[in-house]
Design a protein. Sequence first.
Length: 507
Amino acid sequence: MDSPLVLTGRVVTFDEDQPELDDGAVYIGADELIAAVQPRTAPAPAGFESARKVRTGGVIYPGLIDLHGHIAYNSLPLWSPPGRKDPYTSRYQWPGDRSYEGMISDPANALGALCGKAHLKFLETKAVVGGTTAIQGTAKTGRPFEGWLVRNIEHETFMTKKKTVYVSALPLRDDAAYEAQAAHLKAKQAFVYHLSEGTDPKLIEEYDKIRDEHCLAPGFAAIHCTALDRGNYDEWSPLGGSIVWSPFSNLWLYRGTTDVLAARAAGVRICLGADWSPSGSKNLLGELKVADLWNKTKLAGELTTQEICAMATRNPADAVNWGERIGRLKAGLHGDVLVTTDRLPDDPYRNLIESVERDVLLVAINGQPFYGTTKLMKATGAQHAEPIRLGRLRRSIQLIYDDVPEADMGWQAVLDDIAAATKDPLGRYFELEKQHGNPDPEKQPLWLMTDKPWDDPKVTGKEVKILPQVVRIPPLDTLVHDKAYFDAVDASPLHGGLLSGLRDYYV
């Protein structure tokens, strides 16, 4: 940051020592760390005499942390396998559907190979418009990166160059691999792992393996866990660790979801993840509503609004041992913030749950403004902001940063590059072949790879299909939850109507 920043408004910190300030100020220093969170009328900390002072007029929250995603697929629409009416019982079933390769795997691989850099920036933008500032599931980019836009949880080192988070989508290949992850956990690093996804009781064997390999520990974040029961959580809880709940994807594919009340009763931390767009919400702000809908319709309202919101803020930060980095608005943490309209002053947590994309006023990471209203982007010092339209919604976005080498492609350039690649894929292929020969790896084109092993060409050995007569690349999915999205939800028989109430949050 070139200068300190002060944001004022209603502040919801998720810091247990100072949860809320009705009239507060968040001071973010030029070092990109929060210097203070305090009443607006209190004396400013030293060094903020010439800071930009921005009255947001809204509610300031920590940026949302999506602890489960497969971002490479998020330009695709919802996928309801043609002819399929019954839910699946295991994650090992649906990748074998005859429509999967043509509708999911092939177009995701083609976009990632033909316009990887632009594709990734589009996908990160889709996350940002829903308030997300950190996301898991962006690991496979040909070369690691950090500092473009959204924090990449797998590769984020907070500029220390020390990796702390490890990820696997499938059971590990041998005992040595489990031992390596157990060692990471013992060293206070993190392991994010898909576990027991589905309703088939046999999936509990995956939990047994993780337990026997000593991976139930602080820093272990287990995605889904839909097959587990209270007995598993009671056994797990004293050992430490967290679960990552993705209710939309669970209900869409399996017509059931994680027993979060059992996990909560046992004392296991619960986080939230939006999964991927073929069977999930468009962003984490949308997934908050799915959690709330399930809570109201199936859990008798047992979860409080504050508990649900914590699943998208402090809980995921604590789950990967980043509680002193992000997830709260607190002195010493990074300046990742989300500002929304203040529609429900009596309950700032329900205000966050019921906020939709049009309520997002500002998203900043390290105090750097990335997305928001034109007025707030200008006030916070965005130097390269440009207009972005989301249906009828108009906002500004900044994707170009002079001090970040890869942050050199604006929003319109992103759209133009994707359009050019899909219009002439063969021409783009030959162009990329020349660039791949560059001896400087940083100047070679970025390949955004699919991170599901059964889709990854480096795992399967299959060639990436790019020709229009072989693969159909659909139009880019819209960035916001819209009528077409909810019509697709209502039309699918897979979830048995369990997700049909989502539309009501957006009217």
